[in-house]
Design a binder for this molecule. Structure first.
Ligand code: ZN
Length: 413
């Protein structure tokens, strides 16, 4: 880890030191002129952290001068750096320092790349500016953080609210009437958990859950699509963040009759293994199920979604009347899926459990969440990240799906 003495001790000239306030003005003008940024205009080629005189400096090597959207979030305290039309090309991880405990990054939306800094204590943005290329390095985006008391931090959270709102993911309200089915086919939506700025859990083999779930979902789609009576969609087909509620919305917009969310778990005990099928319930079937639902429901928080939205997403699950029938169908599908899964992979003793997963809350789409296994267990992790393991799980899902829809057809639905 370099200390970046050249940067740390040089004061930027006054013209380059731009206050956060002016950054917002500048960005507003930029957006109004260009009508929004295109994809990947700016490459992020490096990230470094340094400390000097109590301040923490974050330096991003960027391919061109760029204006970030910067804002602060509380509970937990975070700094969010959004870059419009940017892509991450850096391959050298840096250790966080100073007030930054750790950081993560990923696509937040189709045209916004996000870096989230988790703070070890309250801090504010002291200044932010861009350095032009010198002989050694290209453009650098520099952000200085300084420790602050909680009051000053909260004031800064409020002051950066505008930037936060500019980065809001468009709200897709859930319509209470069913979406009309567009085709005669049975529509199935497969939902690869996490993505983009939300990596999910980190496996013992070093692969993130978001990668495992996307690879798995693609194989499931391919397997299901072999049945000409099915129309299959994914909630995401790339490494991008999708808010929990938007995943439900995607299923409803497609007129889905079945929603399958794919995840993989991780816990402290590396010996624990086996998959579990979850369906929605007001009360969790057990403590383990409650822990897992709380963890999965944090996705939006991890992505730095703004507080009001995130609070709404993780609010307690209240089951509406219309949802009860849907829940029965979900449980029926789970009951068919479990034995098929057992034929292919190791499943938990209590293989069907219940908890308040936000992503399962579509009022009219039968939904299950499959924790395909534990990435904290070596044997499970190998299965989940292998072509054969993916195919086994996909086949189990196809057989269960066939049975489920055959039964619906027999019942005249
Ligand atoms: Zn997950």
């Amino acid at each position: 880890m370099r200390l970046m003495t050249d940067l740390l001790y040089r004061r930027p000239c006054a013209g380059r030191a731009v206050s956060v306030f002016f950054l917002f003005i500048a960005l507003g003008l930029l957006v109004s002129v260009t009508g929004g940024a295109g994809a990947a205009d700016t490459s992020i080629k490096g990230i470094r952290f340094g400390e000097n005189a109590g301040r923490t400096r974050i330096v991003l090597d960027v391919s061109q001068a760029t204006t970030p959207r910067l804002f602060l979030l509380r509970d937990p305290n975070r700094v969010v750096i959004d870059l419009a039309g940017a892509e991450w090309l850096n391959t050298t991880p840096a250790s966080a320092r100073g007030v930054v405990a750790r950081y993560r990054h990923g696509l937040f939306s189709a045209d916004t790349y996000r870096i989230v800094l988790d703070l070890s204590r309250a801090a504010v943005i002291a200044r932010s500016f861009t350095l032009p290329p010198n002989g050694k390095r290209g453009y650098r985006l520099v952000i200085d953080l300084e420790p602050a008391d909680q009051d000053r931090f909260l004031a800064a959270v409020a002051a950066t609210r505008k930037a936060r709102q500019a980065s809001r993911v468009p709200e897709h309200d859930i319509v209470q009437t069913p979406v009309r089915r567009a085709s005669d086919k049975r529509v199935i939506v497969v939902d690869p958990g996490h993505g983009g700025i939300d990596p999910g859990t980190l496996g013992v083999l070093g692969v993130n859950e978001k990668i495992i779930t996307l690879r798995m979902a693609r194989v499931i789609r391919k397997e299901l699509a072999k049945n000409p009576r099915y129309e299959v969609h994914l909630t995401r087909d790339r490494d991008i963040f999708i808010p929990l509620r938007k995943r439900i919305d995607i299923a409803r917009r497609h007129g889905a009759e079945l929603f399958i969310s794919v995840h993989a778990d991780a816990i402290k005990n590396p010996k624990v293994r086996g998959g579990t099928v979850y369906t929605l319930s007001e009360t969790s079937s057990d403590r383990e199920a409650a822990r897992l639902a709380a963890k999965e429901n944090k996705s939006d928080l991890i992505a730095g979604l703004n507080l009001e939205e995130a609070a709404d997403e993780v609010s307690s699950i209240l089951i509406e009347l219309a949802q009860r029938e849907t829940m029965n169908y979900s449980a029926e599908f789970a009951g068919m899926l479990l034995p098929e899964m057992r034929r292919e992979v190791v499943m938990h003793k209590r293989g069907h459990r219940f908890a308040g997963f936000v992503v399962l809350k579509a009022p009219d789409v039968p939904s299950v969440l499959i924790e395909t296994g534990y990435l904290s267990n070596r044997a499970d992790a190998r299965v989940l990240d292998s072509a054969e393991g993916r195919l086994r799980i996909a086949r189990a899902i196809r057989r269960a799906t066939d049975k489920y829809f055959e039964r619906l057809t027999a019942m005249g639905r």
